[in-house]
Design a binder for this molecule. Structure first.
Ligand SMILES: Cc1ncc(C[n+]2csc(CCOP(=O)(O)OP(=O)(O)O)c2C)c(N)n1
Ligand SMILES: [Mg+2]
Length: 355
């Protein structure tokens, strides 16, 4: 959602005293400068994704979303912080946990929810579902169900940008599990060989399905994955949107100046199971609770906003209501939309004239 930063609606109301949930980690955001409008913008964008994902979870439970559905709850600061450091024309590509990436890229929530529910008004005409959504208009190249497949594809997008001589970069998101795949290293090699404008983002949410990163990875500090290709990497607190934005700015500057690719390992955590069908028995409830209580990306910014006295708890509640209404509208829109016609099975298979 590339909306203008939201301003506090009323300055007269008395700022609420720290009535919010205590967030021990909020001090970490204090190290980074941000204007009030920027903080409000990040808060709004992250909360929008969370509310959208909560609704998606409900819709899945009601049987309105079929197939696989992977929620992004807990990881919101990554796409929001990165998107804030990009310019129009920059491309993004990711795996199946893609709803948040689409909303952050400014794609209409109605079109995303309609796609999740398989309706003709969906962004892939109801034929892609949760894992296969695209928007060439917003330079969002999917939505991919095959773990790691987006990495060579996104590297190809970076190649295209360089070939065309524009200054757009390609941001390629993938998980800690995907980072062990062979095709990722082949893509790294070519990206460095040709110094392509590629920003590789490893979303290390610490699990690949039910496997903890330490159980599957010889060296778990993934920011070093590019060492043997001379691709610089950095570890970033992916729960702190301000740190994500600051490190994105540095990486984008480096890449746009023609120096070649870069890797950012975003340390994060997913609160929900791998997909809607995962009961998450491989970790304790306490582990999840601790992350939520001490590192929640939205609470960290909320805490800082309230401490600033420039916005009240009431005003933030109003904003939340506004976002919930947008999400409800998207669910209503989806349910009122028709399913694709059976004849649609035979369209969008080959590009016209290419057969
Ligand atoms: C090539 C391939 N192998 C296996 C799978 C099954 N699979 C789907 S998601 C997943 C885990 C990937 O974890 P990670 O890369 O950490 O991303 P996350 O789900 O945590 O976002 C696996 C093994 C698949 N979709 N594709
Ligand atoms: Mg993972």
């Amino acid at each position: 959602m590339v909306k203008k930063p939201t301003k506090a609606t009323s300055k007269k109301t008395k700022p609420a005293k720290a009535k919010t949930k205590k967030v021990k980690a909020s001090a970490k955001t204090e190290k980074f400068k941000a204007t009030h409008d920027e903080l409000m913008h990040y808060y709004r964008e992250m909360l929008m994704i969370r509310r959208f994902e909560e609704k998606s979870g409900q819709m899945y439970g009601m049987g309105l979303i079929g197939g696989f559905c992977h929620l992004y709850i807990g990881q919101e600061a990554i796409v929001v912080g990165i998107q804030a450091g990009l310019k129009d024309g920059d491309a993004t590509i990711t795996g199946y946990r893609d709803h948040g990436h689409m909303l952050a890229a400014g794609i209409d929530p109605n079109a995303v929810m309609a796609e999740l529910t398989g309706r003709a008004t969906g962004i892939s005409s109801g034929k892609g579902g949760s894992m296969h959504m695209f928007s060439t208009e917003k330079h969002f190249y999917g939505g991919h169900g095959i773990v790691g497949a987006q990495v060579p594809l996104g590297t190809g997008v970076a190649f295209a940008n360089k070939y065309k001589g524009n200054d757009n970069i390609s941001v390629i998101y993938f998980g800690d599990g995907a980072s062990n795949q062979g095709q990722v290293f082949e893509a790294f090699n070519m990206a460095k060989l040709w110094n392509l404008p590629a920003l590789f983002i490893i979303e290390n949410n610490q699990y690949a399905m039910g496997t903890a990163v330490e159980r599957a990875t010889g060296r778990a500090d993934l920011s070093h994955r590019g060492d043997s290709f001379a691709i610089p990497g950095k570890l970033v607190d992916g729960m702190n949107v301000l740190e994500v934005k600051a490190e994105t700015d540095k990486a984008v500057k480096y890449i746009r100046s023609g120096k070649g690719p870069m890797i950012l390992e975003m340390k994060t955590y997913r609160y929900r199971g791998h997909s809607m069908s995962d009961p998450a028995k491989y970790r304790t409830k306490e582990e999840v609770q601790k992350m939520r209580a001490e590192h929640d990306p939205i609470d960290q910014i909320k805490d800082r906003l309230l401490k600033s006295g420039k916005v009240t708890e009431e005003e933030l509640k109003e904003l939340d209501k506004e976002l919930k209404a947008i999400v409800t509208k998207s669910a209503d829109f989806a349910q009122a939309s028709p399913f694709p016609e059976p004849s649609e099975l035979y369209t969008d298979i080959l590009i016209e004239g290419e057969a």
